[in-house]
Write a protein that binds this ligand. Structure first.
Ligand code: ZN
Length: 505
């Protein structure tokens, strides 16, 4: 590493302090979802907002701005292609993002979104879109103002997308999603017309939560999640929190029926967790070089373990005897092949979070098209239910019976998360493209998985993806690792081959 300027050293120190404060806030957030007694809520809200304000003050301080400018003027530091140049590039990106939004707007968004979320809850319960419509209008107006503050050239939507997927544009997403949509619809049509649906009986075996938890822990350990540097707990909404160096926390939820929901929920969060554990936080905490690239890349890691590993034949060949041991004799009636078939059924449905691997992306596309049009002003809020329902009929072939199970189902828009949805599908696309490359680089990977060996896979992910932090943008990383731009082809090849194995197409 070249001798580093005093400005860079001071800057990294300030950002590290801010990251430690944010990390303390993340720990409070985790505690709130897991172990905090209900009566602690009011005090916790004060602690959290106070800490958030301090973190914001630290990250937007004029000193940070001065130091970034000093680093940018330092040619040795900014040598093209160097780690430090990438680090400073991303520091500038973050600093501009947090300083461009006036604090009045931040406060207004916070206030309106918490009210809007309350209204959304009631509107969804009552299946009353008209009740929520004015709030949706306000949230999109605020999102538009925020996007204008960012001042991105081109579509306003891109400015919001950039918060979650730096460097991505709506044009690029549209170019990838459009061919994917047509091919997915065509595949689903064939499954519906000619496919023989596999039995879902193995999923109906009842398993109590403590057994599921033990099995989850076993899977985490075997797949290489470091339980000495992380843990697994129970929450209503599963998540992964990369709290800080050496501390990555996963949560899941258990129902007696469909134990696979918790299993795949755990494997999903484990993928996020392995990414967090693979980032070079010990040395560089607070610097972009120790951060994750984007939500899309984060999701590629979770989807890979959940779907490409966890729903594979090889995985069940290895896991089935262990599943019987942990989950009970009932499962003994079924073999690995029956499990593989049962966990890979593809059925168009109404609810995104319950969708299978193939149809999930169609749910995302509906949301991407609608939020983009709402932001650009080419769609009116009052037309959202009709536009939603029309697309569900066209893309998924399902009739939406009410708005509760239609355009009111997701919480995202109620608190202004616009530009977030596409990252779910980007995650699936990146996962598929990485997966093809991994299998080319490790030709006997499926045999390894069938023996419960995951160390080479984990090492590949650590060295090719995790250890770079945010040195590369997602599109660049994809080209570097796979030799090609992001494409719909690998995901379609994966889904086609699963459909062939499960539905005999
Ligand atoms: Zn995820």
């Amino acid at each position: 590493m070249p001798a580093q300027s005093a400005a860079y050293v001071e800057l990294c120190g300030l950002l590290r302090e801010a990251a430690h404060l944010a990390s303390a806030a993340a720990l409070l957030g985790w505690d709130q979802e897991t172990y905090m007694p209900a009566s602690g809520g009011a005090g916790r809200a004060e602690q959290s907002s106070l800490l958030a304000a301090i973190v914001h003050e630290r990250r937007t301080s004029p000193r940070v701005g001065e130091l970034i400018a000093a680093c940018e003027a330092d040619d040795a530091l900014m040598k093209p292609g160097s780690e430090t140049a990438a680090d400073v590039r991303e520091m500038r990106h973050d600093y501009d993002k947090v300083t461009k939004i006036p604090s009045e707007l931040v406060a207004e968004i916070a206030k309106v979104s918490s009210q809007s979320q309350e209204v959304w809850k009631k509107a969804r319960e009552k299946d009353d879109f008209a009740m929520f419509a004015p709030w949706l209008e306000r949230m999109f107006a605020l999102s538009r103002r925020k996007a204008e503050c960012y001042g991105v050239k081109g579509e306003l939507y891109d400015a919001l997308l950039d918060e979650y997927e730096p460097g991505a544009t709506s044009a690029m997403i549209e170019a990838t999603f459009t061919p994917l949509r047509a091919r997915l619809s065509e595949l689903l049509g064939r499954v519906a017309d000619d496919g023989k649906a596999p039995s879902e009986k193995p999923l109906k075996v009842k398993v109590d939560a403590s057994r599921q938890h033990a099995f989850g822990q076993f899977i985490l350990e075997k797949c290489g999640f470091d339980l000495a540097a992380g843990r697994l707990d129970v929450t209503t909404h599963p998540f992964c929190s990369g709290i800080g160096p050496g501390d990555t926390r996963l949560t899941t939820r258990y129902r007696d029926e469909r134990f696979t929901d918790a299993l795949y929920g755990t494997m999903h969060e484990m993928g996020h967790g392995l990414y967090e554990q693979g980032l070079p936080k010990a040395e560089r905490f607070g610097q972009p070089l120790a951060g994750d690239i984007s939500l899309g890349i984060h999701e590629s890691q979770s989807r890979m373990w959940e779907n490409f590993v966890g729903r594979s034949k090889a995985f069940w060949k290895w896991a089935m005897p262990h599943a019987r041991k942990h989950l009970g004799k009932e499962l003994g009636k079924f073999d690995a092949k029956e499990m593989f078939m049962a966990v890979n059924t593809a059925k168009p449905s109404l609810i995104r979070v319950e969708a299978d691997e193939a149809t999930y992306n169609l749910h995302v596309m509906v949301r991407f098209e609608i939020e983009r049009a709402l932001l650009n002003g080419t769609m009116k809020v009052k037309d959202v239910p009709a536009e939603w329902n029309r697309r569900y009929k066209e893309y998924l072939g399902v009739k939406v019976p009410d708005d509760r199970r239609g355009c009111l189902q997701d919480v995202h828009w109620s608190f202004g998360l616009v530009g977030y949805f596409p990252t779910y599908t980007l995650g699936n696309l990146y996962a598929a493209q990485f997966w093809e490359k991994i299998n080319a680089d490790i030709p006997d990977l499926q045999k390894q998985i069938a023996k419960g060996k995951f160390d080479q896979l984990k090492k590949w992910l650590n060295t090719k993806i995790h250890r770079h932090g945010r040195r590369y943008r997602a599109a660049e990383l994809c080209r570097m690792v796979t030799g090609a731009d992001l494409s719909a082809d690998p995901l379609m090849r994966h889904l086609e081959s699963r459909a062939q194995a499960v539905y005999g197409l």
